[in-house]
Ligand binder design. Structure first.
Ligand code: HAS
Length: 549
């Protein structure tokens, strides 16, 4: 891809890894605070570190990395960006970066210890919300620029299917833009006026609902780029084609339809929402499981097809034929394995009654570490191993590949230990987001949890392994960015792996975005119009929703 497009992607990756370094360090502090082995200095607070950890890893690292991947892939599959698209991509990058810096500065100065979910009644400095608003506006510049690039391509290639990577990028961006409407509304019309003191109160239930309208599709905004790597990159790495182009496209369409009308499954214990609406959204949550099951089916079919091509026989013969020494493959494969318990835990969370047991416990922390923290993050690591050298034109020498293997295995071991401990501790009743052990002079509650795995020490060991793995990754990234020799020949050059996808049986309807967005909006109206109206109507006197204010 063109040099200037590479620069754009590289800057996004660079910022994402700066956030990764600070975020993982905060994670290390976290496990030792919970283990009662670390007392923070007076000027630092547990919730401040927790907020920095969540915001920098879950929001900043992911967002910048995702846009790097999408920018590189769009330039690769649809051709170089024109000057206008490029201008808006740079603008998007800088506005997002300024927003991130402002929000991070507020967290570091102790003015925004409101956690990465930042909803009311916790209140931060108004500048934190301004930073968040800028962050989102910046990503919109980038998103619309990429959508514009797609439209130009469509105009020049009338009647043709867009390449699978570009199609999936459009689906991901549409999901992101529609999701952001909720958080933008609440930040602009509720949080900013409230935190700057222009309004006295805030309609808490409404603000939380608007947040979770955004919060759940947010997790699929993280997941879909990982799925892109699974669907498009993985087959190429293992020497085969995309298993089914239409299945892949349809699974992304299903995410557009069912990612939104499900946010209440994060609010099942909140009293301000009628059970009927909660139940409806629980049912719809089970619909959003379907595209993941389709993805699992497609992945196994891809593995089998590739194995059989290489001469595998028997039911599981293909397993041995997978390229186990190729770190681009192993990282993605382990990422997928983690999603089996990760997704199963999601089903537990989403089950109305079971949620009573796990809500607000460490179980939920365990859940998101084996969803976003492993399947997603480890896929991004696997992508990093070829994307960075591809963009810098450098090589990926053997010794770094070995280190990369150590890095992903240690990440897997660390995550396994830490998240198993978190799940078990959660079931035993350990709360999340609480520096409760010996906190505020109370006696330590740690003696409740003395199992081999259900133990804060296990969690701390896992967390420490993870931190060392993270630092190893940063070392590899720095080498691939600045140190390893430039590729002298085509053989040495690292490729951008994109598998062939046969569109001859793909239905034209799948690229009718108007239709899918229309159905998604109808589902959103069905799930949200009534309950949100009730929240606005029944808000207590003096509490201002965004309409009554
Ligand atoms: Fe979740 C809370 C429900 C998936 C992230 N989730 C969270 C939070 C985060 C998060 C960050 O219903 C915490 C928010 C907070 O701080 O309060 N989640 C689900 C459900 C799914 C799900 C139903 N979550 C994810 C993904 C995430 C993520 C993906 C990040 C990327 N989650 C919940 C609920 C809560 C929640 C409640 C609120 C809890 C509470 O009370 O607070 C589904 O998408 C899961 C679908 C997956 C499956 C698993 C089957 C998987 C199979 C294999 C997949 C493997 C593949 C590869 C595709 C049904 C069969 C195949 C190849 C191989 C080699 C295996």
């Amino acid at each position: 891809i063109a040099k200037s497009d590479r620069q754009l992607a590289l800057w996004n990756i660079g910022i994402s890894y700066i956030a990764f370094i600070i975020g993982t360090f905060c994670g290390l502090l976290q496990v030792f605070i919970r283990n009662d082995k670390l007392q923070l200095p007076k000027f630092l607070d547990y919730y401040q570190i927790l907020t920095a950890h969540g915001v920098l890893l879950a929001l900043v690292f992911t967002t910048f990395f995702i846009f790097a991947f999408l920018i590189a892939g769009m330039s690769k599959t649809l051709g170089s960006f024109g000057p206008r698209v490029r201008f808006f991509l740079w603008l998007g990058l800088w506005v997002t970066a300024i927003g991130t810096t402002l929000a991070t500065a507020m967290i570091i100065s102790g003015e925004a210890s409101v956690l990465y979910t930042f909803y009311a009644p916790l209140k931060a400095s108004g500048w934190f919300y301004v930073g968040l608003a800028l962050l989102i506006v910046g990503t919109w510049f980038t998103s619309f620029a990429l959508l514009g690039h797609y439209l130009v391509w469509k105009k020049q290639n009338k009647g043709k299917f867009s390449p699978l990577f570009a199609y999936m990028t459009v689906a991901t961006l549409l999901l992101w833009i529609i999701a952001c409407l909720g958080v933008v509304t609440t930040v602009l019309f509720q949080y900013i006026p409230w935190s700057f003191g222009w309004t006295e109160t805030i309609n808490v239930e409404l603000s939380r609902s608007l947040f979770w309208y955004f919060g759940h599709p947010l997790v699929y905004f993280w997941l879909l780029p990982a799925y892109m790597a699974w669907y498009v990159v993985m087959p190429k790495i293992i020497g085969t084609d995309v298993f089914s182009d239409s299945l892949a496209r349809f699974s992304f369409v299903l995410f557009i339809l069912f990612s939104f009308p499900v946010g209440f499954h994060h609010q099942l214990t909140e009293p301000g929402i009628d059970s009927f609406w909660k139940f409806l959204q629980v049912v719809l949550t089970f619909m959003v499981v379907v595209p993941t099951l389709m993805t699992a089916f497609s992945m196994f079919a891809t593995f089998e097809t590739s194995g059989r091509k290489k001469g595998a026989t028997g039911l599981f013969g293909w397993f041995k034929k997978l390229p186990w020494k190729d770190v681009r493959f192993t990282s993605l494969f382990i990422a997928m394995l983690f999603f089996i318990p990760g997704g199963a835990g999601g089903i537990v969370n989403a089950s109305f009654q079971l949620n009573e047991l796990v809500h607000n416990t460490l179980w939920v922390v365990g859940h998101f570490h084996i969803t976003v923290g492993t399947p997603v993050a480890m896929t991004f690591m696997g992508v990093t191993f070829w994307l960075v050298p591809y963009l810098t034109g450098r090589t990926f020498p053997k010794y770094l590949q070995k280190l990369a293997h150590i890095q992903i295995f240690s990440w897997a071991v660390g995550m396994l230990l830490m998240s198993t401990a978190q799940h078990l501790l959660g079931l035993l009743g350990a709360p999340r987001r609480t520096a409760y052990s010996g906190y505020n002079g109370h006696e330590s509650a740690l003696e409740w949890f003395q199992g081999i795995l259900s133990n804060h020490v296990t969690m701390a060991i896992g967390g420490t392994i993870l931190f060392f793995s993270a630092m190893l990754l940063v070392y590899i990234v720095a080498n691939l960015m600045f140190v390893t020799p430039k590729a002298a020949t085509e053989e040495e050059a690292v490729e951008f792996p994109i598998a062939k996808s046969d569109t001859s049986h793909t239905a034209k309807l799948l690229e009718n975005w108007g239709l899918w967005v229309g159905i998604a909006l109808a589902l959103i109206l069905m799930a949200y119009a009534m309950p949100l109206t009730e929240m606005i109507q029944h808000s207590p006197p003096g509490s201002r929703g965004f309409i009554t204010w």
